[in-house]
Design a protein around this ligand. Structure first.
Ligand code: F6R
Length: 242
């Protein structure tokens, strides 16, 4: 496991863009696992800037997002499919048909989970790189703290801590959907590289548990201690307790 500590959010975002950019330069048809939330926004902005300067092209890149709220679709500005278009896909030269998210509007949740798991399982060699943020409770994707690790795509009841943390994106906490579809830990652990970004003082306690605590499903991100090529990039505030 590699830990890179940066002075600022901007430096963290630039370093992450460097790693993703280097992968695309080496393999222009690579497959990326992507995250939403506030953490990767700067990375997406920097990658989009490089794409606008034509130093990077996503024209052959394929993406799979971690998760989506149940009940929200592309027309809702709180959905993750909307977030990805707004913050990233509409600013780069990616072919939208190469971008994938679980369908929050699906009629049959079990069938949708199977469909997404099968698509990820069919990737030969798995994702080339999975980009992650972490929740203050240690979740990755919406793999919430639990007694077990769940390998494949599943529907999850969001914890109170996650609902409260994500309420900032909604008008009121009541509007935060209570359920989400999330990739399980199998495709994350199968990714050739897992790049986890962590910034801000609020994440310092969970980053310490993630890197230095026991490997446990009660802190899902701790599983990355077992990954052969896990890179954490943290700003000084997040790394303060290490
Ligand atoms: C987002 C996701 C979540 C976030 C995490 C951190 O797709 O799956 O695990 O990465 O909740 O969110 P932020 O970055 O908003 O602190």
């Amino acid at each position: 496991m590699q830990l890179i500590v940066c002075d600022s959010y901007e430096e963290m975002s630039t370093k992450a863009a460097d790693i993703i950019g280097a992968l695309i330069s080496e393999k222009n048809d690579c497959t990326l696992g992507l995250a939403t939330g506030s953490t990767p926004v700067g990375t997406y902005r920097e990658l989009a800037r490089r794409c606008a300067q034509q130093s990077l092209s996503f024209s052959k890149v394929c993406t799979y997002n971690l998760d989506e709220y149940v009940g929200l679709g592309p027309d809702s500005d709180q959905s993750y499919v909307y977030f990805m278009r707004d913050n990233f896909f509409s600013h780069i030269d990616i072919d939208l048909s190469n971008t994938h998210l679980p369908d929050g509007l699906c009629a049959d949740i079990d069938a949708e989970c199977r469909r997404y798991s099968d698509a990820l399982a069919a990737l030969s060699g798995g994702l080339d790189l999975q980009l992650l943020g972490i929740g203050i409770n240690g979740h990755i994707g919406f793999n919430e703290p639990d007694d077990i690790f769940i390998p494949d795509t599943h529907c999850v009841e969001l914890t109170q801590s996650t609902i409260e943390a994500n309420a900032r994106f909604f008008q009121t906490p009541d509007e935060v959907p209570r359920r989400a579809l999330t990739m399980g830990v199998r495709p994350i652990m199968r990714a050739k590289t897992v790049l986890t970004l962590v910034n801000g003082a609020a994440k310092a306690p969970i980053l310490k548990q993630a890197l230095q605590g026991p490997i446990t499903p009660h802190v899902p991100v701790s599983l990355l201690q077992l990954h052969e090529n896990a890179i954490f990039i943290a700003d000084r505030e997040a790394a303060a307790l290490l």
